[in-house]
Design a protein around this ligand. Structure first.
Ligand SMILES: Nc1nc2c(ncn2[C@@H]2O[C@H](COP(=O)(O)OP(=O)(O)OP(=O)(O)O)[C@@H](O)[C@H]2O)c(=O)[nH]1
Ligand SMILES: [Mg+2]
Length: 391
């Protein structure tokens, strides 16, 4: 069966995929939420989800993850439903991918959740640094999983199939030695970029301006908030990982003090640890901020679990010592729920807010709190002249 090319033109047929979930968690609700999220990830990558297959099993099968019988079932489904890609909601080893592809046959490709996320990152990366970070993460994660089964990794931007897209122009050789060399070269280039970023950060620090990072789960409304406050004009859409590269804007608070606000890449559950390392420079905005706004989508039934994932990642990224404000967004379409039950899980948070970045509801109170905190922080920084001119 010929592989379909997606994203070439609007009319181009979408790649049809099947999602697979091994149900072993005690918490069935969380497992189903993760599967629903995988569905959205697949759609964001440009696929059409044709079916989802759930396997109840207490432990993964070492060879096929879901067991031979279930793989045969998927193989038949792929044949009848014209499927070209199977996405597993877990982390698969290279040998599991190979076994699954051999058993399913018909040139159907198998990828895992992380490969799908990296594919979306490859689609959405715009800056030079973002593209290099994606390529590095793909070389370390995706490529070892695809090597040795004759898959040609074309890196022609949007013209390739899911999980074979990359940001570069040239064709990627699947030669291990070449990959090793490329990894070293990318790490070197990224280290140089990180050094430049550090220099810029030191210059910004000299200005004494308080730095605010908008962090939180993907699709929570981070970019919409920065747009509302500063008219930044960043793409904000109902897609996962619409933002990959950070954007910083000045914002003048009611007191006249100007702060720097940065919109950052979103978080998601089950992010492989090596991704955090690979996207370190994008994520480090959180590390160097004075105040972190952790945004959640209050209208999402998974809001509290998303908040927990975000708080864990922030703590891992060194945000523990920061002033953290929890912001429940999209209150215009959420029930006026009481989050006090969830508060003990947010020991790091200074305060909680309910806002709508769309209608502006609650933003005045949030800005007021930021102003108060900025004043305290400016005093702590030993800045007597805390008033700066706006842009
Ligand atoms: N109803 C409603 N929709 C909102 C609100 N804030 C954001 N949205 C919508 O939610 C979707 C996601 O918003 P973004 O600002 O792109 O979210 P993000 O957190 O930047 O997402 P990523 O960059 O993809 O991680 C968009 O369709 C927004 O229009 C809100 O307060 N109310
Ligand atoms: Mg965004």
């Amino acid at each position: 069966m010929a592989k379909k090319q997606i994203y070439e033109t609007e009319k181009e047929e979408k790649e049809r995929v099947v999602l697979v979930k091994l149900m072993q968690e005690k918490n069935e609700g969380a497992a189903l939420a993760s599967l629903a999220e995988l569905w959205r990830l697949a759609e964001t990558a440009g696929a059409e989800v044709a079916a989802q297959v759930i396997q109840n099993k207490s432990a993964p099968d070492p060879a096929t993850y879901i067991g031979k019988g279930k793989v045969e079932e998927i193989s038949a489904l792929c044949e009848t439903a014209d499927i070209t890609l199977v996405v597993f909601d877990c982390e698969l080893s290279p040998s599991q991918i190979k076994n699954l592809e051999d058993m399913i046959g018909n040139n159907v490709r198998v990828i895992d959740r992380s490969m799908l996320i990296l594919d979306i990152f490859a689609l959405h990366a715009t800056s030079g640094e973002g593209k290099l970070q994606v390529e590095l993460a793909q070389l370390k994660y995706t490529v070892p999983r695809l090597i040795g089964k004759g898959t040609e990794l074309s890196r022609q931007g949007g013209s390739a199939t899911i999980a074979s897209r990359g940001p570069g122009e040239s064709k990627l050789e699947t030669d291990r030695r070449y990959i090793k060399g490329r990894i070293v070269s990318l790490e070197k280039q990224l280290a140089e970029m990180a050094a430049n970023r550090k220099t810029r950060r030191i210059q910004r620090d000299r200005s004494g301006m308080v730095k605010i990072a908008i962090a939180g789960y993907t699709n929570a409304g981070k970019s919409t908030l920065l747009n509302y406050l500063t008219g930044a004009g960043i793409t904000a859409e109902d897609k996962l990982f619409a933002t990959l590269d950070p954007t910083t804007r000045r914002y003048r608070l009611p007191s006249g003090r100007t702060v720097l606000i940065t919109d950052t890449v979103g978080f998601i559950r089950n992010l492989p640890h090596q991704f955090i390392k690979a996207f370190h420079s994008t994520l480090e905005e959180v590390k160097y901020a004075d105040i972190i706004l952790v945004m959640m989508d209050a209208s999402d039934s998974e809001c509290i679990s998303q908040a927990k994932v975000s708080m864990e990642l922030i703590s891992e990224l060194g945000g523990k010592d920061k002033k953290i404000l929890c912001v429940f967004n999209k209150c215009d379409r959420a029930d006026s729920e009481d989050y006090s039950e969830a508060k003990p899980g947010f020991a790091l948070a200074e305060d909680f807010f309910r806002i709508s970045a769309k209608t502006g509801e609650g933003i005045e109170e949030l800005v007021q709190r930021i102003d108060e905190l900025s004043q305290t922080l400016t005093e702590q920084k030993g800045e007597s002249s805390g008033i700066y001119n706006a842009r």
